[in-house]
Design a binder for this molecule. Structure first.
Ligand SMILES: NC(=O)c1ccc[n+]([C@@H]2O[C@H](COP(=O)([O-])OP(=O)(O)OC[C@H]3O[C@@H](n4cnc5c(N)ncnc54)[C@H](O)[C@@H]3O)[C@@H](O)[C@H]2O)c1
Length: 458
């Protein structure tokens, strides 16, 4: 079934469990580098789509490469592990770790995948594969939860019958494939040198001639590095949003300029200092909550982590309060929300700011029309049936009393004063992502409120 023409030397096959943003991107990349890859995805519809060469997620470059590796026979998608571990060198666990009902991470997908691996190992005759936990999990999970589950289901012991390490993923949705092709670092956590050395050799062969900075440490350190990274990025965003609230209270404040000045300090740096509606997506909020739950379980003060989440929540409500102040009341008013994805370049709407903003607008009586270039289908599952889905930004603005930009898709930055004025009933914009240059719009008679800028500063 697989073409043997361009295989990576020293690696027979790799199994990836879970074909989400991380697992599918990894699978397609490995297959494109000559690694025979089996992707196990429990959602039969998703697995079937992949086998037909159709990407179930929106990521630049992924559909084309997926088609190619399926055509070449280097990638196969299945719904069950079956006998795929027979002779497999590496098994990556890339299943989801959403927030559970108690606020901490729900590790049931990781536990289930571990059990399935253990059971498949019990029936496997050849080899002792390396199991790699790529899902984001709290410190201690790999060694104290994954290892015993695999050991008891397989009857094998870690370090002999199989090897185990943690290798957190740092890709960003919107540039997932590019980040996988050129990662900025590799972090590996293992108790045994055999496990980390095997993964280091695999990555060296995969990425050569590039040398990716690699940190080898304990499993708990590796797990904590991932959670701490996302919490720190969230901290930067909430910090600049706090400063943006101050800027709005000044007569001539503009957070863009303050962020620029801050970012010039090499100890701070310019990245992740973009004020707006805050962070969303499937990682930052949930990883922050996971770190908060872990911090609390260790008896360490959680107030800093809580403050990051509180500021993030407040940014979303503030924009709706601003809308209400501008229109007097939102009851019966038509509000256009431009952008649903949690950031541009993806169709992911998990914990997107837009969703909270729209729900809050509806709760205050507004009629809401929305637009997004790629994320509409995913949003439909989350939003009230009364929401109108527009086929273009212009259609979304049609007859609106107010428009809110919720995602910084480039096409919204190029909305012309003419289009806005001819379409909207009342030319009033709230730029929640700071994508518009307010000057030409204001000159054309359109009122623009930009998050982090006092209106007098325009
Ligand atoms: N999405 C990101 O940007 C990103 C970045 C870095 C790390 N991570 C972490 O990587 C992990 C995966 O994230 P994601 O966004 O790809 O998740 P996702 O929810 O998009 O995908 C997970 C997939 O795993 C499948 N699955 C679950 N259990 C399975 C099983 N037992 N067998 C087969 N398939 C199974 C699900 O059906 C789903 O398709 C999470 O822990 C996440 O925190 C995500």
């Amino acid at each position: 079934m697989f073409s043997a023409s361009k295989m990576l030397p020293g690696v027979r096959s790799v199994v990836v469990i879970g074909a989400g943003y991380v697992g599918l991107t990894l699978s397609v990349f490995l297959a494109s580098r000559g690694v025979r890859t089996v992707c196990v995805e429990r959602d039969a519809e998703r697995a079937g789509k992949i086998m037909r060469g159709h990407s179930p997620i929106h990521e630049e470059g992924l559909p084309e490469l997926l088609k190619k590796v399926i055509r070449e026979g280097m990638l196969e998608a299945r719904t069950e592990l079956g006998d795929t571990l027979e002779g497999a060198d590496i098994v990556f666990i890339t299943v989801g770790t959403p927030t559970g009902s108690n606020g901490g991470p729900d590790l049931s997908q990781v536990e289930e995948a571990s059990r399935q691996i253990g059971e498949a190992l019990a029936a496997t005759k050849r080899g002792s594969p390396l199991i790699v936990v790529k899902s984001t999990v709290p410190p201690g999970t790999t060694w104290n939860i994954v290892r015993p589950i695999i050991e008891s289901a397989s009857g094998r012991s870690c370090g002999e019958g199989f090897h185990l390490c943690v290798n957190p993923e740092f890709l960003r949705e919107g540039s997932a494939l590019q980040d996988t092709i050129t990662p900025d670092r590799i972090v590996i956590g293992a108790k045994h040198g055999v496990a980390s050395e095997k993964l280091v050799r695999f990555y060296e062969a995969l990425y050569q001639p590039a040398k990716i900075p690699t940190l080898i440490t304990t499993p708990s350190n590796a797990e904590l590095i991932k959670l701490a990274t996302n919490a720190f990025l969230a901290l930067k965003i909430s910090f600049i949003n706090l400063i943006s609230q101050l800027c709005e209270s000044l007569e001539d404040g503009d957070v863009g300029v303050v962020a620029e000045g801050l970012g010039l300090d090499p100890r701070i740096g310019p990245l992740f200092l973009r004020a707006g509606l805050g962070f969303g997506g499937s990682c930052l909020p949930k990883d922050l909550r996971a770190l908060k739950a872990f911090t609390s379980s260790r008896g360490v003060d959680i107030s800093l982590l809580e403050a990051i989440l509180n500021i993030n929540r407040a940014q979303r409500i503030r924009v709706v309060e601003r809308a209400e102040r501008l229109l007097g009341s939102l009851a019966g008013k038509r509000v256009a929300v431009l952008g649903l994805a949690f950031k541009p370049g993806t169709d992911d709407v998990r914990e997107a700011a837009s969703i909270d903003v729209i729900r809050e607008l509806l709760a205050r009586g507004a009629e809401v029309s929305v637009h997004d270039p790629v994320a509409t289908e995913n949003a439909r599952n989350l939003l009230d049936k009364t929401v109108h889905y527009a086929s273009s930004a212009e259609d979304c603005l049609d007859g609106a009393d107010l428009a809110i930009i919720a995602t910084e898709w480039p096409e919204y930055a190029s909305l012309t004063p003419n289009k806005i004025k001819t379409k909207m009933r009342n030319p009033l914009l709230i730029d929640g992502r700071r994508v518009l240059n307010p000057q030409p719009l204001e000159e054309a008679g359109i009122k623009v409120y930009t998050v982090g800028r006092s209106s007098e500063a325009v």
